[in-house]
Ligand binder design. Structure first.
Ligand code: ADP
Ligand code: MG
Ligand code: MG
Length: 248
């Protein structure tokens, strides 16, 4: 039984078709990596799965955890256990990181938080990510470095414990230490019941993770699916050979 099923999805932004007949199935426990040239539609795919209203779904269906979520709003999808970390996280002056995490956790679980337990979990998780406790009281992402923003997102994922986490280029702009910490955070999240969809070009972030499938997205479709060996092949040879193969 699949956790996520994307079938025949066509999606557009400002009247321009970006995804043109995309299929993707993710089962519980699996880790999928999405690679592909710039502008191929990788971030668009994540946004469409999350139901970002900027992206128009022109055809196709999305089911998640046994329910058809094609017409659902983003907050409803989040309550079902979908999570996405963004390529460029927003700064939110006036809302501290801790407030933000508390509000999102309560919204996703639909239950009032146990304050003491929440604080304990927050402290423990921040320690695991080598984040200074002081960050909990800073305004969300304001003045955070690229690495700190990414850690804040991994922290949010660990606190929310989604069933499926979509990580969009969580490694871009990170130094080697931050990549290692983010990668540890991802391993900490992953278990046999939840799933990961990672958009990345960086094999380093995947270290220590068991990758089940690698998909190459080009021209709005998945043109090739393989195992983890594709990651090295693409780092060596780029996408051209796969794109040419798909065009024939
Ligand atoms: P990738 O993540 O693979 O680099 P994107 O999904 O970000 O690709 O973008 C695919 C195409 O859709 C690009 O041509 C991009 O300019 C366009 N696009 C994506 N998001 C938007 C948006 N919010 N507004 C306008 N165009 C967009
Ligand atoms: Mg891009
Ligand atoms: Mg992108």
């Amino acid at each position: 039984k699949n956790l996520l099923e994307v079938s025949g999805v066509h999606a557009s932004v400002d009247g321009k078709e970006i995804l043109s007949g995309l299929d993707l199935s993710v089962a519980p426990g699996e880790t999928h990596v999405i690679m592909g040239p710039n502008g191929a539609g990788k971030s668009t795919l994540g946004n469409v799965i999350l139901g970002n209203p900027e992206y128009k779904l022109d055809a196709g269906t999305i089911t998640f955890d046994g329910a058809d979520i094609t017409a659902e709003k983003t907050d409803a999808r989040a309550r079902r256990g979908l999570f996405m970390s963004f390529q460029s996280p927003e700064e939110v002056p006036g809302v501290t990181l801790e407030d933000f995490l508390r509000v999102s956790k309560a919204a996703v679980t639909g239950k009032p938080l146990k304050v003491f337990a929440f604080q304990k979990e927050l402290k423990k998780t921040m320690e695991a990510l080598s984040m200074d406790e002081e960050y909990a009281h800073r305004y969300l992402n304001v003045g955070f470095s690229g690495g700190e923003k990414k850690k804040a997102e991994i922290l949010q994922m660990l606190i929310l414990q989604p069933k499926l986490a979509i990580l969009d280029e969580t490694d871009s702009g990170l130094d080697v230490d931050a990549v290692r910490i983010v990668s540890e955070g991802i391993r900490r999240y992953k278990n046999e019941n939840n799933a990961l969809l990672i958009i990345t070009h960086n094999a380093k972030i995947l270290e220590g993770l068991k990758v089940d499938y690698v998909h190459v997205l080009a021209d709005g479709k998945i043109i090739h699916t393989g195992g983890p060996e594709l990651i090295d092949e693409i780092s060596r040879e780029g996408f051209r050979r796969l794109e040419e193969g798909a065009a024939q």
